[in-house]
Design a protein around this ligand. Sequence first.
Ligand SMILES: *[C@@H]1O[C@H](CO)[C@@H](O)[C@H](O)[C@H]1NC(C)=O
Ligand SMILES: *[C@@H]1O[C@H](CO)[C@@H](O)[C@H](O)[C@H]1NC(C)=O
Length: 183
Amino acid sequence: MQRCLLLVLALLGVDSASPPAPARPEAEAAALALPEDDGDDGDDARCPLESETQTLSVPDPLAARTCRYVVVTHCRTFRDAQAVCRRCYRGQLASVHNDRVNELLRSRARLCTNQGQVWIGAVTRPVGQTVRCHWVDRSRWNYSCWSPGNPLCSGRFCTALCTNNGSWRSVCCRTKLPFICQY
Ligand SMILES: *[C@@H]1O[C@H](CO)[C@@H](O)[C@H](O)[C@H]1NC(C)=O
Ligand SMILES: *[C@@H]1O[C@H](CO)[C@@H](O)[C@H](O)[C@H]1NC(C)=O
């Protein structure tokens, strides 16, 4: 009896290790969500100290709720930044859906960082002649504020908000920048 049980468990074990089902659209989105980088996690996902952050609450009258953001002033790759947003704030890199929030995030980031650019949660990739854009929190892509010549179409890129003028630029995802989480 016991041997049978073990055999069943072993088979289940083998089964759960078999290759995943064919990719669904969501799976493709998930693969896109975090562009691969050098895989060097190190301790870069440690939670920021309070002295390394600035929080910001933005009432959203339409949705009758308040969006909370935190600007993290220490520099991380895009992937590590998203890992910090998830683990430390149960959030995501920020998505931006209107000029008002873009300007609020820009001005706060400008006050507390000196890098000139901060990560926001947009990722882009070329598809044929166009560039497809998405937010890592999977919210709708219904607003953008690209600098002239952006987003770049020569590969996958992550997106930084320029703190001087609020426009967005494509930046190599491995670059280490301050970042903005929403939670
Ligand atoms: C854009 O999408 C966001 C997230 O889904 C939503 O909250 C916002 O109201 C939308 N804005 C417009 C102008 O459609
Ligand atoms: C905003 O500033 C960045 C960085 O200084 C610059 O590259 C970009 O062209 C500017 N964008 C606009 C729309 O002026």
